[in-house]
Design a protein around this ligand. Structure first.
Ligand code: ATP
Ligand code: MG
Length: 762
């Protein structure tokens, strides 16, 4: 028996070695489901299955990366890197890239993020002369997204009485028409939003059996993690792909289904038995993550749900501490209590900062913890919120890139046609947009056809437009000639963006310049890595990689030893030694929006279960008795969930913690406005893609002088996700541009930018 199989218990091993036919692994949190998938893939590879015949779908890119790393350590890097492993969105974007033309899209299609989609909805609402108070972009998009994830096309939407009635009831009877125009626009412009990546894959497989067959043949083995949170669109793709070989293994936990608001169907896991007759069921019962107390407490929480598959979960780790419940006077005090507790554990119990996570229900709650952490000079990273790729200067430069690969990308065009200012005003833009929608052409087509525009504009404007068209056409000519790095450098300069950014020397402006520089570094690194791998280095490929990043992705080297702040939704699948679940109050958690229905509360309870089960050693729950909402302090009650934890496993903390007086704390007028509710939904993986917005407040030297960065110095043995094990030969430069020269055992000597290389010290 191979050595890696010794690292599994007997039921895990069964699930790993029985690779033929359908398998369902259904088990509670921390029982090794993800580990089973990882080892199963490694097992298949050691049995000689070629890596490109294996498709593994994960919930985040980070999870895929970690699995790949682990597999590489068993079978070697060269094999592991050829696996089809990633999120649904990234895998099917890749497939669509090569098949797009079959469904009438260019292979250079660009991908819209939420902001682009909202802006598009806004212009459609305007074009249809609808009331923009009734047709708010977020709400409209939510309906469109739900329809897409249920595979309801615009035509079937109009026939769907249930949807139509729901829309009418909320005074949004025209959504089907907005949806129709939205789809038409995307099709015409060669753009896809996130849901389209799945919907269009379904369309491709439905209308082009030869394409379906091709991928059915390729994917001899299919595996899906977090199956309980797949939506209908994903479910059908998997079902079709698995039809031929029938070797499908899905793992999941019905108790952790937390994305129904985004279309996830818990039924997918419940119906597996009907979909794949003859399937084998594996139950894993031992939790390896958490103490007995945490496991028992979590079991007592989820037992309150009426709908669930019964599971016995136990831990053989220590009994551990009881779950501490902190009762804070205010949200600000809650921040201090949590931070003091972290400080104490860090100092007295030798936990690293990375062993702590603060988990909240809504992104808006992060602010207070950030402030408290900053004051205490403790390093932290925060997921979600305004991330690197959402910063203005980055979005601007990326918009130039998008229009360069796909000039029909209207949102990109609108963003930069007059940035940096070139005298093309709003009236001109409106005219172009109107002409485009009247003729069914794209704005770019209007711009390039001089005949049309000369009727619309005076000579002066005409000249400016021509020069803009000339500029973009020049960039386009570089697409097939230059690497992504060369081309984007050219774009940044020639567009005038660099000049604009370098004009003033304010700290904000310097920060923006650095961000642009960082993006360029990232592209350089991308080009280098892809060249090594023999992959595509073009701008199209870079853009795709950037668009598909999720909240958990793109941690940089200096993000490693920090306290994590994130929503519970994004913490799925992760684990931390110490977890603080904060803001556990009625109306916030469970959220007000869910309280009306039993179903809603059950989903929130699953979310609470997910939160508690992230903890290995200690779980701490807190609530505040007053909290700022809509600029006012209001009273809060502890959440029902606190009472639902079996009292045997909890203890209330009586600590009184002195907190610094905060001026004007209870005066509404001096309070900063903070909103709750609207930001309740967590950022959508992929929608709110990007780089972690992180801050280090510790006074750590950013580089320890020449020859070393932190613990990285010549002679140190490291591991790189792609190149495997190697020895550092040299370090040069300063953070953020420090580079390491590493001599890899199997890949030779490579020069790597540290901030992207994610080197692990062995
Ligand atoms: P979740 O439901 O939260 O996604 P999971 O079921 O996927 O959890 P894993 O993340 O795979 O669980 O495993 C939880 C932890 O237990 C990990 O740290 C994993 O390495 C460890 N673990 C799992 N099985 C074993 C085992 N047989 N021996 C030692 N450690 C194990
Ligand atoms: Mg898992």
């Amino acid at each position: 028996m191979q050595k890696y199989l010794d690292q599994l218990n007997s039921s895990q091993r069964e699930a790993v070695v029985n690779t033929s036919g359908p398998s369902l692994v259904i088990a509670g949190a921390g029982s090794g489901k993800t580990r089973v998938l990882t080892f199963r893939i490694a097992h298949l590879l050691t049995q000689g299955v070629p890596p490109h015949r294996i498709l593994a779908l994960t919930f985040t890119n980070k999870a895929a990366r970690e699995m790949k790393e682990r597999i590489a350590s068993i079978v070697g890097n060269d094999i592991a890197r050829n696996l089809w492993m990633g999120t649904f969105h990234s895998i099917f974007a890749r497939i669509l890239r090569s098949e797009a033309e079959r469904i009438g899209y260019p292979s250079s299609f660009t991908i819209y993020d939420t902001a682009d989609s909202k802006s598009l909805v806004k212009s459609i609402v305007k074009e249809m002369k609808l009331n923009d108070k009734e047709y708010k972009p977020g709400a409209v998009l939510g309906r469109i997204s739900a329809a897409k994830n249920d595979l309801v096309t615009p035509a079937s939407y109009a026939r769907d009485q249930h949807r139509m009635m729901e829309d009418q009831a909320t005074k949004k009877g025209m959504i089907y028409e907005i949806y129709t125009r939205y789809m038409r626009y995307c099709y015409k412009s060669g753009v896809m939003d996130f849901d389209d990546l799945l919907l269009n894959t379904n369309i491709l497989f439905r209308d082009h059996p030869e394409a379906l067959q091709k991928y059915q043949n390729i994917f001899q083995y299919i595996m899906v993690d977090e199956y309980q949170d797949t939506n209908y669109s994903q479910y059908i793709i998997i079902k079709k792909l698995a039809e031929k070989h029938n070797n499908i293994c899905v793992v999941g936990d019905d108790a952790q289904s937390i994305y129904s608001f985004r279309g996830a169907k818990i039924e997918n896991i419940l119906n597996f038995r009907n979909d794949y007759p003859g399937y084998k069921l594996y139950k894993l019962e031992q939790n390896y993550r958490s103490t007995q107390t945490i496991v028992n407490a979590a079991n007592s929480i989820i037992a309150k749900n009426s709908k669930q598959i019964k599971k016995d979960v136990f831990s053989e780790k220590d009994t551990g501490n009881k779950i501490k419940i902190h009762n804070a006077i205010s949200d600000i005090e809650e921040g201090y209590i949590v931070i003091n507790d972290i400080k104490e554990k860090h100092l007295r119990q030798n936990y690293d900062y990375q062993d702590f996570a603060i988990l909240y229900r809504t992104n808006a709650q992060s602010r207070i913890f950030e402030e408290a952490l900053r004051k205490a000079s403790m390093p932290y990273k925060i997921y979600g919120g305004l991330s690197f790729y959402q910063r203005k200067e980055i979005k601007d430069l990326l918009a130039y890139c998008r229009i360069t690969v796909n000039p029909s990308d209207q949102e990109a065009l609108k963003r930069i046609i007059n940035y940096p200012a070139r005298g093309i005003g709003k009236t001109t833009l409106d005219k172009i947009e109107a002409a485009a929608s009247a003729t069914g052409k794209s704005m770019w087509e209007i711009l390039v056809s001089v005949e049309n525009t000369s009727k619309l504009f005076n000579a002066g404007t005409q000249k400016k437009l021509n020069s803009f068209v000339g500029l973009i056409s020049g960039f386009r000519a570089g697409v097939n000639q230059l690497s992504a790095y060369e081309l984007v450098t050219e774009i940044a300069t020639q567009s005038g963006m660099m000049k604009e950014l370098y004009q003033d020397r304010t700290p904000e402006s310097v920060a923006r310049q650095e961000n642009v520089q960082e993006l360029l570094n990232g592209i350089q690194e991308f080009t280098m890595n892809k060249t090594e791998e023999g992959g595509e280095t073009g701008l199209v490929n870079f853009l795709e990689e950037v668009s598909l990043l999720t909240d958990q992705d793109n941690e940089s080297e200096d993000d490693i030893n920090k306290i994590t702040l994130m929503t519970i939704h994004s913490s799925k699948g992760l684990e931390f030694k110490n977890v603080y679940v904060v803001g556990v109050e009625e109306g916030l958690f469970p959220s007000n929006m869910t309280i009306e229905s039993e179903q809603g509360v059950e989903e929130e309870r699953r979310l609470f279960y997910v939160a508690i089960t992230r903890a290995e050693d200690n779980a701490t729950v807190s609530f505040a008795r007053t909290r700022y909402k809509y600029g006012e302090s209001s009273f809060c009650r502890p959440s029902r969930f606190i009472n639902e934890i079996d009292s045997e496993y909890i203890e209330f903390s009586g600590d009184q913690i002195k907190i610094p007086a905060v001026q004007g704390r209870f005066s509404a007028s001096s309070a900063p406005k903070r909103s709750f509710g609207s930001s309740d939904s967590p950022s959508k993986p992929g929608y709110n893609f990007k780089k972690v917005n992180s801050h280090t407040v510790q006074n750590r030297p950013s580089s320890l002088g020449s020859g070393s960065v932190g613990n990285l110095k010549p002679g140190v043995i490291v591991e790189h996700i792609r190149f495997g094990r190697g020895k550092i030969v040299n370090i040069e430069g300063q953070i953020p541009n420090a580079k390491a020269m590493v001599d890899f055992d199997n890949a030779g000597v490579k020069q790597l930018l540290l901030k992207f290389a994610k080197l692990k010290i062995l």
